[in-house]
Design a protein around this ligand. Structure first.
Ligand SMILES: O=P(O)(O)OC[C@@]1(O)O[C@H](CO)[C@@H](O)[C@@H]1O
Length: 395
């Protein structure tokens, strides 16, 4: 297999669901049917929505991607993106594309974009709200009192790791996790570019830091706390938080989730409440800005980003992407050999970039050879279980 890097087209093959035993196949076969039933239980749907959920379950079980109704606002876009794929099997389309289409069809089934009473109702809302209100979050916010008392360097490291491991709290991934997976967390990072991250921010005039968020709730709160740290320490003049314009991948953060997260922080006692107050004020003054670009829910890799988004990333002193799906989009969700350098695969990205991610799918690049050899030799799954994490970047 040959590879091309930088601004040339990537040549690794796409990750597909039709490979027996693959992680992607389990997502289509095991996760999606369960998710449809979870959504069914989440809200008191009317008969028309139950019927639509039945039809989607049928579509998923029979594995035929049916087109959106022509009356849907984004029908033309999906028809174009899906040319040669719609009518085929979910597992035969690129994993990134087909999974994204599943979530679009789920919003279709719940009437999210329709004219009826369910318009704008987040079908994952009850799951997100339960997590945000839970006692686990109380404990995590209370722990911030100890973090705040640490010396500056340790505090910065703790907040960064909090944001990184917050990515384990992903309600779509949790659907098929075992109890063992929930508890396990590897000590060492698979790739650790922490020093690069700080070097891109320290000792230079503060600029705009873009944080491309992932999940709401237990991931978004530490992301907001990291943004607060960057603003408070003068490492960023401005922070811009990119979220999804619509519900996606179950727990992905939307503007409503940011509002709920800021409310949760601002209402908390102690240091969390103080950070919440600062962030609330920063939102009002524009130092913390929010974006919900349509491309965030497109079934496309970042290589295909539109010009306005490219310009935003280009103007940032650093872009931090969160989570597995953003990582997949950064590397095109292709089957790169894991030794392939991150800087080369992401050469198209228009500025300094660091990805914070727990490993929950097969996309993986830039792993040092001895680390790869040791992890593979250990004989335990590590690439898709969320037990391992990485901080991976390039200037
Ligand atoms: O982006 P996130 O929240 O870290 O992860 C998204 C995820 O849970 O969804 C996909 C499977 O449904 C995988 O890519 C990944 O495991």
């Amino acid at each position: 297999m040959s590879h091309a890097y930088g601004d040339t087209e990537p040549q690794a093959p796409p990750i597909l669901g039709n490979v027996p035993g693959s992680y992607a196949l389990t997502v289509f076969r095991d996760r999606h049917p369960v998710l449809i039933e979870q959504v069914r239980q989440a809200l008191p749907w009317t008969p028309d929505r139950h019927g639509a959920l039945d039809r989607l379950l049928d579509e998923v079980v029979c594995d035929v991607m049916k087109p959106l109704d022509p009356s849907e606002h984004d029908h033309a876009a999906w028809a174009e993106w899906g040319r040669g794929r719609l009518g085929g099997r979910y597992v035969d389309a690129p994993f990134l594309w087909a999974e994204s289409y599943f979530y679009r069809k789920l919003l279709d089934a719940t009437g999210y974009f329709g004219d009826g009473p369910w318009r704008g109702v987040d079908p994952f809302g009850p799951m997100k709200q339960a997590e945000l209100a839970g006692s686990v979050v109380d404990g995590e916010l209370a722990a911030l009192d100890e973090t705040a008392a640490l010396p500056a360097a340790e505090r910065a490291a703790a907040l960064l790791l909090g944001s990184l491991w917050g990515n384990r709290a992903d309600l779509s991934f949790a659907v098929t996790l075992t109890d063992d997976d929930h508890d396990e967390r590897a000590d060492g990072l698979v790739v650790d570019d922490t020093e690069l991250l700080w070097s891109l921010l320290r000792g230079r005039p503060p600029g705009t830091v873009v944080i491309v968020a992932d999940n709401a709730g237990r991931e978004l709160l530490p992301d907001l706390l990291l943004a607060d740290h960057l603003l408070a320490e003068g490492l960023a003049e401005r922070a811009v938080l990119h979220v999804k314009p619509q519900p996606y991948f179950v727990s992905d953060a939307t503007p409503a989730d940011v509002a709920a997260g800021l409310r949760r922080l601002a209402d908390a006692p102690g240091e969390a409440g103080k950070a919440g107050g600062r962030l609330w004020a920063a939102t009002g003054s524009g130092r913390l800005a929010l974006r919900a670009h349509p491309f965030a829910c497109a079934p496309l890799p970042y290589r295909d980003m539109p010009d306005d988004l490219r310009a935003e990333f280009a103007a940032a002193s650093l872009t931090i992407t969160k989570g597995d799906l953003n990582y997949r989009r950064l590397v095109g969700d292709l089957m790169w050999p894991a030794l392939t350098p991150f800087a080369e695969v992401t050469g198209y990205f228009p500025g300094p970039l660091v990805a914070l991610r727990t490993l929950k799918s097969d996309a993986l690049v830039g792993v040092p050879e001895p680390v790869l050899a040791a992890l593979d030799a250990a004989g335990r799954p590590w690439r898709t279980t969320g037990t391992h994490a990485m901080i991976q970047g390039r200037p």
